[in-house]
Design a protein around this ligand. Structure first.
Ligand code: AMP
Length: 421
């Protein structure tokens, strides 16, 4: 046997229904909020992420599946979606064709991390990005969409945390205050923090090393250094969330691991996930489109990890499955009629199955049971002689003869399937 690569997973029947449930809600919300799907390649030029995600990030420093391809180009499996979305927006001049570029994507990402619960090497993200809209109401809308996903999935005890990391105008003063407050303590921080201090000091707040925490907890808060515009923007975002009755808490340490964030940052945390507790995270990135060669357009978005959403679903969740009909046929003539009926049901939009291998009545009924059929349709010699089919409601055990001409319609009503024909 050749096993799957460490940190990658098969999503098997039995699990995949939960994924479909999450994806269905994500797509439905996007439709409701006016976001359209975009699909970009899973492979990109390495420099896109060096420039987009940022040289100082763990993703670019340590985690990329980057290699030289047969043509000698440096390429990588994408570790996140935002730079690809920006690239596509710029490459296709979407700012000209879309009045408001409100986009979403679903797909696999790749990071060479140490696998553990909630952290994998191939994982999947639902990604939402908005380009060219600056109003704080857009920040609030994006956060509302993220929150509605978590609420709609009935994930228990989820918590929305927010912060503002300022902009190019106010960031330098905050960084200076941060480094001044660190002073002699900088030498006591871990190696990663020392490196961050020289490339992107804000990322010191991301540090998880226990010994560093008392020092980091004493550092200043970005919200106290916001310029007038950033302060107004942030308080307006909060005002909208209050109006919409979305609860949040400010987290002064929420700077997020990537280099490009400006102003609003946010995460939704789950309580049942252990160490990897961020269900989703995002924020504003007003300089990124320009950095990647595009027009001066702002951006805001978030990425939710599908694995973590699926892990956090409530135990009690009953994923709605389409209740199928099961055709049980006795004898050669019954089988011929059963096959005809099977096709008619399917054409009428009723999910239907029939047992092709086992021929005995008991064996077929057993299969119907195992398939959790809502209805069985029995066709044998007696039924054929009467021009009927025996329709059995598998929940109540009631059964009755139904005229052949009516059976598809009656089965559809019984299994509650919507006709697609
Ligand atoms: P990030 O792109 O790092 O901001 O992550 C956004 C979301 O993607 C996180 O909140 C997680 O839900 C998910 N995520 C990030 N990295 C991983 C990973 N290695 N395995 C599983 N999910 C991940």
């Amino acid at each position: 046997m050749i096993p799957a690569i460490r940190g990658t997973h098969d999503i098997l029947p039995g699990q995949v229904e939960k994924w479909q449930h999450v994806e269905r809600l994500a797509r439905a919300l996007c439709e409701r909020y006016g976001y359209v799907e975009i699909r970009t390649p899973v492979i990109e030029r390495e420099e896109l992420f060096a420039k987009g995600t940022g040289e100082s990030t763990d993703i670019v420093q340590k985690e990329m599946y980057a290699f030289t391809d047969k043509g000698g180009d440096r390429v990588t499996l994408r570790p996140e979606a935002t730079p690809s979305m920006v690239r596509a927006y710029v490459e296709h001049s979407l700012e000209q064709s879309m009045a408001a570029a409100k986009l979403y994507a679903l797909g696999p990402m790749f990071r060479y991390e140490r696998p553990q619960k909630g952290r994998y090497r191939q994982f999947h993200q639902f990604d939402v990005e908005v380009f060219g809209l600056n109003d704080p109401a857009v920040d609030a809308e994006v956060i509302d969409l993220a929150w509605s996903l978590v609420a709609g999935l009935q994930i228990p005890q989820a918590e929305l945390v927010m912060n503002s990391v300022g902009c190019a105008t106010c960031r330098p003063a905050f960084q200076a205050a941060l480094l001044a407050a660190l002073g002699q303590d900088l030498a006591k921080l871990c190696q990663d923090c020392q490196r961050r201090a020289s490339i992107n000091p804000l990322r010191i707040y991301d540090c998880k090393v226990p010994a560093d925490q008392p020092i980091i907890d004493r550092l200043p808060h970005s919200v106290d250094y916001l310029c007038g515009d950033c302060a107004t923007h942030f308080s307006t975002v909060q005002g909208h969330l209050t109006t919409w009755e979305i609860p949040w808490r400010i987290s002064h340490r929420l700077v997020r691991g990537l280099d490009y964030y400006t102003r609003t940052t946010f995460e939704v945390l789950g309580q049942t996930l252990g160490a990897q507790n961020a269900l989703l995270g995002g924020g504003r990135y007003d300089g990124l489109v320009k950095t990647l060669g595009g027009p001066d357009r702002t951006g805001i978005g978030f990425a939710a990890g599908l694995e973590r959403l699926v892990l956090a679903l409530p135990e009690s969740l009953v994923v709605p499955v389409l209740a199928p009909a099961f055709v049980v046929a006795i004898g050669e003539d019954g089988r011929a009629e059963g096959l005809r009926l099977l096709r008619e049901l399917r054409r009428a939009g009723v999910p239907a199955q029939m047992e092709f291998e086992a021929r005995g009545l008991r064996a077929q009924m057993k299969r119907a049971d195992r398939a959790a059929a809502r209805a069985t349709l029995l066709v044998g010699g007696d039924e054929l002689a009467r021009g009927e089919v025996t329709l059995r409601d598998m929940r109540t055990g009631d059964q009755r003869g139904v005229p052949r001409a009516d059976v598809v319609r009656e089965t559809a009503a019984l299994v509650d399937a919507r006709s697609i024909s």
